[in-house]
Design a protein around this ligand. Structure first.
Ligand SMILES: Cc1cc2nc3c(=O)[nH]c(=O)nc-3n(C[C@H](O)[C@H](O)[C@H](O)COP(=O)(O)O)c2cc1C
Length: 311
């Protein structure tokens, strides 16, 4: 640059150029402070739900759409894929949302005592919707969910389990199995507490006739057991995914749940009360309510004991 050209630059611009590294530094610090403050707000929510979850049940969560808008996340209808354009444009929001999923997984524990606070239909539908968008084999959606809020129906379900337990325990006693009879009666509370929840979801599995692939395997002369080995419990695995989706959504909305198959000791009576008919069959009950107990953490085996990595 010539001397003439340098003198042509206005004085203020020279100052600006000279100060530009300092201005860039100030901008960088401000941006980061703002960003960290956002994270701290989210972190406060997170800590609350981790350490005092039952107390947090009172937090007005506002449902997934409110959570989404709080994090500036696109609604599912605008989000073509989890890695779609809209989702990518908000890297910060996506990261926080991912943490909330992990958080829900970590804080979920079986809850067996509930307050009397009702579960709103809005929240219930949010949980059931989450269940129905679970991965499922062939997208056959072979499930049906019956949400029971009626106390009289819940009471009849409980009574049928009590009667069935008593019948089996008496039979055990008569055949000299006194210890087993005692244990069976002792387990009764773990089979009937669902009746104290404001709502219990009865999960039903549809039993479909063999699909195309199933028919080919039958033609090949394979037995039902052999076909089961080739295509293991596809519908039941799908239902497992649906139930877990429901339960994690319940946690994120401040509810407690417990996956229950114990009550199925009286499955015929329960199906009668709930009017479950073939091709459906009852496979689980999921009571839902605001937690009235601090969940206990049941220990898990260390990862090396249950994980193999083939490199
Ligand atoms: C298929 C299945 C059936 C279960 N049935 C019952 C049940 O009938 N009664 C009960 O109190 N808990 C039941 N549970 C809950 C388990 O006892 C519980 O998930 C396990 O002890 C781990 O504790 P956590 O859920 O608090 O992590 C069931 C869980 C599963 C997955």
């Amino acid at each position: 640059m010539t001397v003439a050209a340098r003198t042509a630059i206005p004085k203020w611009m020279g100052w600006l150029i000279g100060l530009s590294p300092l201005l860039a530094l100030i901008w960088f610090v401000c941006w980061n402070v703002g960003y960290l403050r956002t994270l701290r707000v989210e972190d406060r929510d997170l800590r609350c739900s981790l350490k005092s979850w039952p107390a947090c049940a009172k937090i007005p969560y506002g449902g997934p759409s409110a959570v989404r808008s709080r994090h500036g996340l696109p609604s599912p209808s605008n989000m073509s894929s989890p890695f779609g354009q809209d989702a990518k444009s908000n890297g910060q929001g996506r990261m926080i949302a991912a943490m909330e999923v992990l958080d829900a997984i970590e804080v979920r524990h079986s809850i067996r005592k509930y307050t009397e606070e009702p579960v709103s239909d809005d929240d219930l539908m949010t949980m059931l919707r989450a269940a129905t968008i679970a991965p499922n084999a062939g997208n056959r959606q072979g499930w049906h969910f019956i949400a029971v809020k009626n106390k009289d129906v819940l009471g009849r379900m409980k009574e049928s389990i009590r009667a069935q337990t008593e019948e089996l325990a008496s039979l055990a006693e008569e055949t000299g199995m006194k210890k087993e009879a005692r244990e069976m009666r002792g387990r009764l509370p773990l089979m009937v507490f669902f009746a104290t929840a404001p709502v219990t979801v009865a999960v039903c599995e549809r039993q479909d006739p063999p699909d195309g692939m199933g028919q080919i395997l039958l033609k090949k002369g394979l037995s039902d057991d052999e076909i089961e080995r080739l295509r293991p419990s596809r519908m039941m695995q799908s239902i497992g995914a649906a139930v877990e989706n429901l339960m994690l959504t319940a946690v994120s909305l401040g509810y407690g749940t417990c996956w229950m198959t114990g009550p199925l000791i009286a499955v015929k009576q329960l199906e009668g009360i709930l009017d479950v008919k073939p091709p459906f069959r009852l496979v689980a009950l999921i009571p839902i309510g605001r937690p009235a107990q601090t969940p206990s953490t049941r220990p898990r085996k260390p990862l090396p004991e249950v994980v193999t990595i083939i490199r």
